[in-house]
Design a protein around this ligand. Structure first.
Ligand code: TXA
Ligand code: MG
Length: 344
């Protein structure tokens, strides 16, 4: 199969992409967070292809992408009033809500659950394609399962060239980390995945929220994850990543003392001079967490190289988008963190 690259600004792209979706085919689509691997979310056979092409476990549910809040009630019931308030404030945007699913949502899409995740992406071309398709588009991040997410059309081709009919090229994703997921089906709203919409912003509308254990710590293998995707090793290059905590100079001293020739350093732009001669890779500026979000996955993809033995990574502190970056980097590192001060 030849994979077509459809430029987002070409006048034929929306209709072409929508026709493919309607025919049951897969199309990779840009969003403000990461590229998604889209299919008709109401067609179990189309959805089955997503799992097959991505190599994704069948119990890991997909997000339905909608054109707006007016579509929520088509696919969800028992919708709390707060869902509409969140949508009004943050849609289109990087917020996914988990709600009770109506029976018209196939179990293939929800990974067998009675709930469904919905979001409205802040990306005009993709909303247009959803509207023209006339169906909600189910789309996981377009990476092969277990690989770092795709934030450019090139990344999608690297993983799927020749295996899907088309990729819509909307340029690099602005946010770069996947959407925030909030589960609204329990007594207290539960944050399942941090992203571009921060816990502080959610609390402004929801009051109290619970941060799920899987966000900040490694789940034990027998634990039941609230977001099934959280239990899998994720976002990870082939090579083991370890986070080195601590102040800049202390961390740099530790890393320089321990790194071998086949190792790489993933650091902040401000730290590059500390690793002169060590071939460091920067993923953004520490004083600009948005740049770290936008750059993280592209950097992890560069480090996905069998010639590399070990990656020493620097992780931002703080809230907001930095909290989402911490979560993705810790997952890539399987929560392995070295504190050079503690090691003496
Ligand atoms: O930003 C994003 O959300 C991107 C773009 C393409 O929209 N999509 C994305 O999808 O990150 P994916 O499939 O890579 O991650 C979806 C996460 C998974 O961890 C999955 O387990 C969780 O959402 N999820 C989906 N439906 C759920 C549900 N009903 N209950 C709990 N978790 C759910
Ligand atoms: Mg994903």
């Amino acid at each position: 199969m030849n994979t077509m690259l459809l430029p987002a600004d070409h006048p034929d792209t929306p209709v072409l992409a929508a026709e493919l979706i309607k025919s049951g085919a897969l199309v990779a689509l840009p969003t403000e967070t990461v590229y998604g691997l889209g299919a008709n979310g109401l067609d179990p056979e189309a959805v089955a292809q997503i799992f097959q092409v991505k190599g994704r476990p069948g119990d890991n549910p997909l997000i339905l992408h909608l054109t707006g809040a007016d579509q929520i009630a088509q696919f969800c019931h028992h919708i709390p009033e707060t869902a509409y308030r969140l949508a009004e404030r943050f849609w289109p945007g990087p917020l996914t809500m988990v709600l009770p699913a109506k029976p018209n949502v196939p179990k293939r899409t929800t990974g067998g659950l009675n709930t469904v995740a919905v979001r409205c992406p802040d990306c005009e071309i993709t909303r247009k394609i959803i509207a023209l398709s006339g169906v909600p588009i189910a789309a996981p991040s377009a990476n092969l399962s277990g690989k770092p997410s795709t934030t450019t059309a090139r990344h999608v081709l690297d993983d799927h060239n020749g295996k899907i009919p088309a990729v819509v090229d909307g340029g690099p994703c602005a946010v770069g980390v996947e959407s925030t997921i909030i589960d609204l089906t329990g007594d207290t709203p539960r944050l399942l995945r941090p992203g571009g919409i921060t816990p502080e912003q959610l609390r402004q509308i929801l009051g109290e929220i619970v941060i799920d254990e899987a966000v900040t710590a490694q789940l034990s293998p027998d634990a039941v994850a609230k977001a099934p995707g959280m239990k899998y090793r994720h976002y990870a290059p082939q090579e083991p990543v370890v986070i080195v905590a601590g102040e800049r100079e202390v961390a740099a001293r530790y890393i320089r003392a321990h790194m071998r020739k086949e190792d790489r350093v993933l650091c902040f732009e401000e730290e590059l001079p500390l690793y002169a001669g060590c071939n460091p890779l920067s993923y953004g500026r520490e004083d600009d967490p948005d740049s770290l979000g936008a750059g993280l996955f592209a950097a992890l993809r560069i480090l996905d190289d069998p010639g590399i033995h070990q990656v020493y990574a620097r992780c931002p502190k703080g809230e907001g988008v930095a909290f989402a970056v911490q979560n993705r980097l810790k997952k890539a590192a399987a929560f392995r963190i070295i504190d050079p001060e503690a090691e003496g």
